[in-house]
Design a protein around this ligand. Structure first.
Ligand code: PLP
Length: 645
């Protein structure tokens, strides 16, 4: 029986691209991953490999971060239109005025698009620090959009916000801590401004997710109920209860379960209603961030997942608020959310190339096996186990395979301990290890061809695993993968008409043992390895992987581990059917990253030249050699920090 040929559909299913790709990413009939981009009034699916090819012809090296402005704009549409239709359907009386939290991706292009493209929705910004507020005030000039100021505020921060309000912008100062109130009121009095105040409330409703620490009782930010009442009393005494306009909470990021979101909205709306009943002017409810996206495509309530879509999110929020306010007879508040991740995650893709692989190739046949006459008994046992297995291959039962597997492990482990006692020499141990790998590979092949289950034999996974070395740094480009075990979709961007034949762990080029990806979402589950093709580097081919959904939180959390710097970056769009590259940014050069850690490249050059000159004087190298060595040292300083080809 012939097995049916592998198709791009099989690849799509294997890598789950239809689930996490949100129809922005797909696989073309050519076997290449495509991204959907806008082309005039239509859309066009553009191959990522062809985008990379175009850039390589222009001299840009991998790794490369590609940004797609269209995906950012479509995300802005999806969220704003989601609320608009939920508001219409629910006959909700308030409006939605979302704000984008700058910290999630602070790139100028993002802020520019939010303010330019988002203007039709009066989409605003959230600033959590002084530099973010300064960025917000330079771009956000829509008098109907909000600028929400969270975070710790000093006098300068407060003055800046109040001055912006004077100039006609809607800036909301959110009290994160009870002590902030006095300073804000003092500045307001000095400047003669009546502020627009919000309060951040600590929910008691627990959230599920990685970042749940920033909501709930243990949160560093936000006021508890009694502090909230103190603020109300204080404002009432000063005749300023009309300045309290907004209740805010932030449940944490990437809340995978819609029930937790609903629970939080319900609690917050009750508090909101209470504040209205206390006599505060109110009018705005800010639900913070948390709108999750599905990184694993599994649609469950696990951390990397999301069991709801944008539509359901918007509808459930509107419904929950409507219920609580109707009971209390309080008008519907205007709504703010601070969704960051859901807006920018799709926007960037990291493309890397595979530099090398490390794998064990078992011998073609047992005929190649040889053994010294005076080999130690354990080695002989392994040898005979291998020969015997092959001889009776046709009638090997599942139980017999288990037995062979157990024996191989026993002999190999014993051989290792004899080596440690000095009874087995280095070459003998190496030979034993090879036989062990041989036997396990054979067992694994037999299991597969007979359709037996090998799940009890856990060491088989490790022998069938290749290490693929990718040209990237986890620490620079995927900090959340390292810090909080975040899952990102990873898959080849070409050759998807071919069945992947290997299982790999993906290692980066740092020498850190944490510099690897060994948790992948594919085949409807989370797995320690990723099915990949034989990269055929030795034949001069290039094998490229895409790491997707890296637009949120990854860019500025990255660090210079092993002094690997920023990658090259480019923005891509389509015009009249043609791919256009813009905003090309060269990644860090070696001398730049060295400067970040306080080296002086000029001084380094001098030092190295002194070394070279003394080698000339002591006749280790010639003067001409010195020139060549100095040239390559200087080229090294100017070059990309990643592997160049
Ligand atoms: C980080 C943060 C957000 C963004 O949350 P997402 O889950 O990315 O939408 C929103 N509000 C506040 C206060 C935050 O700290």
């Amino acid at each position: 029986m012939r097995t049916p040929a592998w198709t791009t559909d099989d690849s799509a299913e294997l890598y789950g691209i239809r689930e996490w790709g949100h129809d922005y990413f797909n696989i073309a009939k050519t076997g290449e991953v495509t991204v959907k981009l806008k082309d005039g009034k239509k859309t066009k699916d553009v191959s990522l490999a062809s985008i990379v090819k175009g850039l390589r012809e222009r001299g840009t090296q991998l790794p490369l971060l590609i940004r797609f402005g269209d995906l950012l704009r479509w995300r802005i549409d999806e969220l704003n239109e989601g609320f608009a239709s939920a508001i219409k359907e629910g006959k909700y009386q308030g409006v939605y005025r979302g704000v984008y939290p700058i910290k999630v991706n602070q790139q100028q292009e993002v802020i520019e698009e939010i303010t330019r493209y988002g203007r039709k929705y009066h989409y605003g910004l959230e600033a959590g620090s002084k530099p973010e507020l300064i960025a917000a005030l330079s771009y956000m000039h829509d008098p109907e959009a909000y600028i929400v100021c969270n975070g710790y505020k000093d006098e300068e921060f407060i003055d800046l916000a109040l001055n912006a309000q004077k100039m006609g912008l809607q800036v909301i100062l959110v009290l994160e801590m009870p002590t902030e109130l006095d300073l804000i009121l003092e500045r307001c009095e000095k400047m003669g401004v009546r502020p627009t105040l919000g309060v951040r409330f600590r929910l008691s409703a627990e959230s599920a997710g990685h970042w749940s620490g920033s909501g709930g009782d243990a949160s560093v930010f936000g006021l508890n109920i009694s502090q909230l009442m103190h603020v109300v009393d204080h404002l009432r005494e000063r005749g300023m209860l009309d300045c309290l306009r907004m209740l805010h909470y932030h449940q944490g990021s990437q809340i995978p379960n819609i029930r937790a979101i609903r629970q939080a909205v319900t609690e917050a709306t009750r508090v909101y209603v209470g504040l209205v009943q206390e006599g505060a002017r109110m009018g705005i409810l800010d639900l913070g961030g948390g709108l999750a996206i599905s990184y694993d495509g599994l649609k469950g309530a696990s951390e990397a997942s999301s069991n709801y879509g944008t539509k359901e999110y918007c509808a459930d929020i509107i419904e929950a608020i409507t219920e609580v306010t109707a009971e209390a007879g309080v008008p519907h508040p205007d709504l703010i959310t601070e969704s960051g991740r859901a807006i920018v995650a799709y926007y960037s893709v990291l493309i890397i190339n595979i530099l090398d692989i490390n794998r064990f190739e078992p011998r073609k046949s047992v005929a190649e096996l040889e053994l010294d006459k005076d080999a130690p008994p354990l080695l002989r046992n392994l040898f005979e186990l291998r020969l015997d297995a092959e001889k009776h291959a046709t009638k090997t039962s599942r139980d017999r395979l288990q037995e062979i597997y157990n024996d191989a492990i026993y002999y190999r482990d014993k051989l290792r301990s004899e080596f440690n006692y000095g009874k087995v020499n280095l070459r003998e141990r190496a030979h034993g290890e090879e036989l062990y790998w041989d036997i396990l590979t054979w067992v694994s092949k037999m299991l597969e061809s007979c359709g037996h289950d090998g799940s009890q034999m856990d060491r088989l996974d490790t022998i069938m695993t290749d290490f693929y070395y990718g040209n990237f740094s986890v620490f620079q480009s995927l900090p959340d993968l390292w810090a909080i075990d975040q899952i990102f979709p990873v898959m080849p961007i070409h050759r998807l008409k071919e069945k992947p034949t290997r299982n790999a762990v993906l290692s980066d080029i740092t020498c850190d043992s944490d510099g690897k990806i060994d948790k992948f979402a594919h085949s409807s589950g989370i797995n320690p390895t990723l099915p990949l093709h034989d990269p055929q580097i030795e034949k001069g081919h290039e094998y490229m992987l895409g790491i997707f959904l890296v637009g949120a939180y990854q860019e500025t959390l990255g660090d210079l581990h092993n002094l690997l710097g920023d990658t090259n970056v480019v923005s891509v769009r389509v015009e009249n059917g043609k791919v256009k590259y813009s905003r090309e940014l060269e990644g860090d050069s070696v001398s730049e990253v060295l400067t970040y850690v306080e080296y002086d490249p000029k001084d380094m050059l001098t030092r190295f030249r002194n070394l070279a000159e003394s080698a000339v004087i002591s006749k280790r190298i010639t003067a001409t050699e010195r020139r060549e060595i100095m040239e390559s040292f200087e080229a090294g300083l100017r070059g990309y920090t990643y592997f160049e080809s």
